[in-house]
Design a protein around this ligand. Structure first.
Ligand code: G6Q
Length: 549
């Protein structure tokens, strides 16, 4: 395959980037009253205005050409078709099958995975209903009121953030507490706040070998037994989600309490699988299913819509434009909706773990930039802190603003203010404020000429800062599903363009191995000489501080 930088579209984009380097979006808007209307797209309840980007029709056409030349369409079909596109782990990538309501089979190695997927959904549905109705009882006959959901990374972020985002849809039969980190403060605080007779622990680990999750579950088990529960009562209070059924049963989870998942579900793409069980418990199965339905709609859109109106493709190529032709280091996510405040962290894992890669699928070191740093937080809070750097810093930081047009149970003034700030920021970033405008503003401040010039210089806002604005009617489960799937496919398209494997995570795996090795050093099970000098010192210091006196 031709390398990215040898594609004719790449050379064309380089030429276009230098051609428009000094052009200002402000002038483009003034020259073309139809710009906003031309540069918007809508699907699955999501409206995307991408007119405040440093692109014109020619740039967009060349970006779509690049995506085509890099084989996005072919790779997209390979993913949906169950081909082993995760080449380093020799696995299919089929989170789309988990939300496939088309009735069509999805084949992996000659076998249709849909019967198992649908059976697992039924199991989630039945279990959720039995917990909510009180039919599922703890060992003393009490109904479950508290869920402690233990898992980390992909087995945590999706369930936690989706549950938070859909708070207005909460089912009030149970309260769900999420615990991820091995830092004991968290699990101890949570366990101290619940009654063991009314508590169900959901342990989620695809591999069933993650240190943090195993330890937190052991702590929860010891707590349960310490409170008066017996070994034979564990089955009523502990369930697990895992692809490693053998390890889960060996750990002591009853086989009927294990919700399966499969190798072809990547951790960061797993909220749609039984890893989403806590979402179903928190919101009710219908809302969990709504999330899946919204994602399925986005899958259809991504698969069928022409690139020119394809939301994930549009967002992906814009990201490539800034990353590879404007040297943008990062991309900021700015949800203007409190309940969606976790989305930046969700997309951070999705994007950075998928496209934080330095070799191509063939194993050659890339000589172009790949995934950006993803960061952000809820508006308007950021406006009072880090937006400063987006407005006047020296890097290009493309931004995604998002806002629901309607919010439940809220005073209109608050929401109007939220919207005005969101739109106002996109406008300010695009237009900026010229020196002359700043100078004029200072006319009545009693400054002498030099002071007025100097201050106007500091106040000048270059503008020309790119942003997308994503609007939706209100954040329903369906809309949220579509929104998350849109970002999944955006990341996929970028990975194809950058020629990387977006579905492995060797850096994360290394962290897991090292965590266990160093633990052996700390616990005196491994010779500390096997570590580098700095790590040896750190281990020694820790051991000395914790030595029995
Ligand atoms: C996701 C990552 C990672 C993973 C966690 C938990 O893509 O690889 O975040 O989900 O390390 O792994 P387990 O589910 O196997 O415990």
């Amino acid at each position: 395959m031709t390398d990215l930088t040898h594609q004719p579209a790449w050379a064309k984009l380089q030429a276009l980037a230098s051609e428009i380097k000094d052009a200002h979006m402000r002038d483009w808007f003034a020259a073309d009253p139809s710009r906003a209307e031309k540069m918007q797209a809508e699907a699955c309840g999501l409206f995307v205005d991408y007119s405040k980007n440093r692109v014109n029709d020619e740039v967009m056409a060349a970006l779509f050409d690049l995506a085509k030349a890099q084989g996005v369409e072919h790779h997209r079909e390979a993913m949906f078709g169950g081909k082993a596109i995760n080449t380093t782990e020799n696995r299919a990538v089929l989170h789309t099958a988990l939300r496939n309501f088309s009735g069509e089979p999805v084949m992996v190695d000659g076998e249709d995975v849909m019967p198992e997927v649908l059976a697992t959904l039924e199991k989630i549905k039945a279990f959720t209903a039995s917990v909510h109705s009180g039919e599922h009882k703890g060992y003393t006959g009490k109904a479950v009121k508290q869920i402690v959901a233990i898992g980390i990374g992909g087995s945590f972020l999706g369930p936690k953030i989706m549950t938070e985002a859909l708070k207005p849809h909460t089912h009030h039969a149970v309260k769900v507490h999420f615990v991820a980190n091995v830092d004991g403060c968290h699990i101890h605080d949570v366990l101290a706040s619940v009654d063991h007779e009314e508590t169900l622990v959901v342990m989620s680990s695809k591999s069933f070998s993650t240190q943090e999750t195993l330890q937190n579950t052991l702590t929860a088990k010891a707590w349960f037994l310490g409170q008066g529960g017996k070994q034979e009562d564990i089955a009523k209070h502990f369930v697990a989600v895992s692809s490693n059924v053998k390890a889960a049963t060996e750990f002591g989870i009853a086989e009927e309490n294990i919700f399966p998942m499969w190798d072809w579900v990547g951790g960061r793409y797993s909220l749609w699988s039984a890893i989403g069980l806590p979402i179903s418990l928190a919101l009710g199965f219908d809302n969990f299913k709504g999330l899946l339905e919204g994602a399925h709609d986005m899958d259809k859109h991504f698969r069928d819509a022409p690139f020119e109106s394809n939301l994930p493709v549009i967002l992906a190529v814009l990201g490539v434009w800034y990353r590879n032709f404007f040297d943008a280091q990062s991309h900021v996510m700015l949800p203007y909706y409190h309940y969606l405040r976790g989305l930046p962290a969700y997309v951070q894992q999705l994007d950075m773990e998928s496209n934080g890669k330095q070799v191509t699928q063939n194993g050659d070191v890339v000589d172009w930039q790949t995934g950006p740093i993803i960061w952000g937080s809820e508006g308007t809070n950021g406006q009072h802190s880090f937006h400063q750097l987006i407005h006047q810093g020296t890097s290009v930081i493309p931004a995604d603003f998002m806002l629901p047009l309607n919010v439940p149970n809220q005073n209109d003034t608050h929401h109007a203010m939220l919207a005005s700030n969101c739109f106002g920021q996109t406008q300010a970033l695009m237009q900026g404020k010229t020196f002359d405008e700043c100078y004029a503003d200072l006319s009545d401040k009693g400054l002498d000429e030099d002071a007025r010039n100097a201050l106007a210089q500091h106040k000048t806002m270059p503008g020309n800062k790119p942003s997308n604005t994503i609007l939706f009617d209100s954040l329903t489960p369906q809309t949220l599903g579509a929104l998350v799937a849109m970002y999944e496919h955006k990341v996929f398209v970028q990975g194809v363009i950058w020629q990387v494997n977006s579905f492995d995570q060797w850096g994360v795996e290394l962290g897991k191995v090292l965590g266990n090795q160093v633990l052996d050093g700390i616990q005196g099970k491994a010779e500390s000489e096997s570590f580098d000098a700095s790590t040896q010192h750190l281990i020694r210091r820790f051991r000395n501080a914790n030595a029995p006196s």
